[in-house]
Design a protein around this ligand. Structure first.
Ligand code: PLP
Length: 388
């Protein structure tokens, strides 16, 4: 490489289609919960690639799994069987209420497939979704996403049939149900929407309605899954079961992967030819996913997410007592939102300059989604930095 930080940023500005408001650093390498930029500045990564790097950076088990697989087989078509993909399905599904899965490459693709399956299985045309939800950037998942501003430029081309209702409002769901309702699609905890945690009663009632009216429940666990919220999947916190669940982000620990999982009955809605993918379920990403899941279980990272998350939340609540600008501290495990009474952008910049990477979502919610391997000591470093 031959460009310095400024030259790289200028080149990006010149060559890339302008879609991201980026932070002004070029990340170069990482180890554990730390990352370094090209100028040698060190950061504690409390953002983890937006809740992706579950094992942190360069975890030896993930690196070894990838290196071993790279030398063996990177890609084969889905018209052949490959062992890591089958091994992973056999390992993951018994940890859930689902019987079958389909591999995709991202959260949006996983959701796209899940929606298609729900429509095909039920033969109905409407899906109830929530305001402030985020399900992806493809036209179908954008139609499902509860942000009018993202949908607005494409209104004439967006798929129809998505009925948006306020989140955590059971009456709104009841009112939105019609004879054409195929499914209710929700995040168990809204991520991009501001780390919004609904009540257990909400999900209990949804489960009842779905059973009574024969409506499917699709849970988007793209951000909340894989230990993020202290349990393997966040809907375990509410003790509910779904018909279809989507995953991505943390599943591959950083390699692009997603999937949708379904019960035996609902999975039967698809037959050969109804859906497909070139890259989904390739041996390389599945080798990574095997290593990530094994490590989460072997190193008890669910417990770590729960324990360190609780410690972090306690400390943030202590801070809230002292600072009027903190309106609310919420979340589960290592998915924590701090709602401010003002914009959070300046705080993100300040923390970055102090050596901590986080982001701000929904305008005024600071979001902390660190790797699941983070310890109380790193949380304490953030505390002492904040008091300085
Ligand atoms: N669903 C949820 C809950 C998400 O948080 C995201 C991304 O932030 C997506 C879907 C889309 O995932 P991807 O960016 O991998 O398409």
């Amino acid at each position: 490489y031959f460009m310095n930080t400024n030259e790289l940023i200028e080149a990006e500005d010149k060559y890339f289609i302008n879609t991201f408001a980026r932070q002004p650093i070029v990340l170069d390498h990482g180890k554990g919960v730390k990352v370094w930029d090209k100028d040698g500045n060190e950061y504690i990564d409390m953002f983890a690639g937006i809740a992706v790097n579950a094992l942190g950076h360069a975890h030896p088990k993930l690196v070894n799994a990838l290196q071993g697989q790279v030398e063996k087989l990177i890609h084969v078509s889905n018209i052949y069987y490959n062992e890591p993909a089958i091994e992973y399905a056999k390992k993951l599904l018994p940890l859930t209420e689902f019987d079958r899965l389909f591999y995709a490459n991202s959260g949006a693709e996983a959701n796209e497939g899940a929606i298609k399956l729900a429509l095909k299985y039920t033969g109905k045309s409407e899906i109830i979704t929530a305001k402030d939800s985020f399900h992806g950037r493809t036209l179908l998942t954008l139609a499902a996403t509860g942000h009018e501003e993202y949908r607005e430029p494409y209104l004439k081309n967006l798929p129809q049939g998505f009925i948006e209702v306020p989140y955590n409002d059971i009456e709104a769901i009841k009112e939105a149900i019609s004879d054409e309702t195929a499914a209710i699609m929700l995040e168990p905890i809204q991520g991009e929407g501001g780390v919004n945690v609904p009540s257990k009663k909400y999900f209990d009632e949804i489960a009842e309605i779905c059973a009574e009216k024969d409506i499917l429940l699709i849970l988007d666990e793209v951000q909340t899954g894989f230990g993020r919220c202290g349990t393997l999947f966040a809907h375990e916190l509410f003790d509910i079961k779904a018909d279809i669940m989507t995953i991505a982000k943390g599943v591959g620990g950083g390699v692009p992967m997603g999937a949708f999982l379904a019960t035996e009955k609902v999975a039967g809605g698809f037959a050969p030819g109804d859906h497909g993918t070139t890259f989904g379920g390739g041996p390389l990403v599945c080798a990574a996913a095997n290593a990530v899941l094994d490590t989460i279980l072997d190193e008890d990272l669910l417990e770590n997410s729960k324990k360190v998350g609780a410690y972090f939340k306690d400390k943030l609540n202590e801070l809230k007592e002292k600072h009027d600008k903190i309106v609310d501290v919420r979340g589960h495990g290592l998915m924590i939102g701090v709602e401010l009474s003002e914009s959070g952008a300046g705080y993100v910049d300040k923390l970055r300059e102090m050596g901590f990477l986080i982001n701000c979502t929904a305008g005024n919610v600071l979001r902390f989604v660190p790797p699941l391997i983070i310890t109380n000591e790193e949380i304490d470093k953030l505390r002492s930095a904040k008091t300085e």
